[in-house]
Design a protein around this ligand. Structure first.
Ligand SMILES: [Fe+2]
Length: 159
């Protein structure tokens, strides 16, 4: 893995310290000015949204990933096993939030530079989708070791 991009270094430091106020602020800056975004992070997979690993914490406490969503791509209805913060760098991302009975509570649309609603206590049930016509790149931090990235984050309610 390449050394961390300077624009993400402050973000990683805040995540190391579990300083969530600082984390939100630095994430917001990284979304409004995505100098860290390289062409390969815009590469999508026609089969499903695609994760690009940007940084792995050496102590395995968190990862920073970009996710590329091609038009029409959607996540499962899920909650999280770990803390999660994310926002949008490019395109327009839609988030449906669900109540415990899995009825849609409300729908939010996030635009470039927007921070999504936080879920630091693993209470959120949501579904994230690209319902637009252009690709979306979002930036995510998860409190998890990279080895568990594919299975350890999401608690799936409905695929
Ligand atoms: Fe999620």
């Amino acid at each position: 893995m390449n050394p961390i991009h300077p624009a993400l270094a402050r973000l990683a430091r805040a995540a190391e310290h579990q300083d969530f106020a600082e984390l939100e602020e630095t994430l917001h800056v990284a979304l409004r000015k995505p100098t860290w975004l390289r062409p390969e992070h815009r590469v999508g997979d026609p089969k499903a949204y695609m994760r690009h690993l940007l940084y792995i914490d050496p102590k395995d406490a968190f990862v920073i990933t970009a996710i590329t969503w091609l038009p029409g791509q959607v996540s499962a209805v899920h909650g999280h096993h770990v803390w999660c913060l994310y926002g949008v760098a490019e395109g327009e991302l839609t988030e449906d939030q669900f109540d415990p009975d899995l009825a849609v509570k409300h729908t939010l649309v996030y635009r470039p530079g927007d921070l999504a609603e936080r879920d630091l206590e693993q209470k959120m049930i949501h579904r994230v989708a690209n319902r637009g016509r252009t690709r979306v790149v979002s930036l995510h931090l998860y409190g998890i070791a990279a080895d568990h990235l594919t299975t350890g984050i999401n608690r799936v309610y409905r695929a």
